[in-house]
Write a protein that binds this ligand. Structure first.
Ligand SMILES: [Fe+2]
Ligand SMILES: [Fe+2]
Length: 151
């Protein structure tokens, strides 16, 4: 059995909202790695919900702030979500091994993803936030929805 992932401050990227979500992700993956067979379906469901929110949030940050390298990052999120959905279906027909494998694969996947893709986004978001750009104002307003003279 692989050792389960555990949080380390080495995973901190300096953008607090993302760091909090990452800590949660690591906890849920560890829970999946450690779950009893009878609890796998519940724990996988929790992880799936987490990942949907986690990835949606990052995708939104990228799109709303015109992050320059979003495509590869968004695709990677989609691929992971697809895998989790597939494993959930497999688990429903009794394939416990594939679920165990997913836990180990996500534990191995996260450090690299955080290091290469999330860290660039965290840096970008920090720069925008600290630079005083009005990111918050842009969040819920699409310029196409506004008459030009009110912008
Ligand atoms: Fe992330
Ligand atoms: Fe990400």
């Amino acid at each position: 059995m692989n050792a389960s992932i555990s949080w380390s401050d080495g995973y901190l990227l300096g953008f607090n909202p993302m760091d909090q979500v990452h800590q949660e992700f690591v906890e849920f993956v560890a829970a999946l790695q450690q779950a009893a067979d009878s609890d796998l379906d519940r724990v996988l469901g929790v992880l799936l919900q987490h990942c949907q929110a986690h990835f949606e949030q990052e995708d939104r940050w990228m799109l709303e702030s015109n992050f320059p390298a979003s495509e590869c990052h968004i695709n990677e999120h989609a691929a992971v979500l697809k895998s989790i959905h597939e494993v959930k279906q497999q688990l429903a027909i009794g394939n416990v091994a594939v679920c165990r494998q997913l836990g180990n694969e996500l534990a191995a996947w996260f450090p690299g993803h955080a290091d290469y893709l999330d860290s660039a986004l965290a840096h970008w978001m920090c720069k925008r936030t600290l630079g005083g750009k009005p990111v918050i104002l842009r969040r819920n307003i699409k310029s196409t929805e506004l008459p030009i003279d009110s912008v």
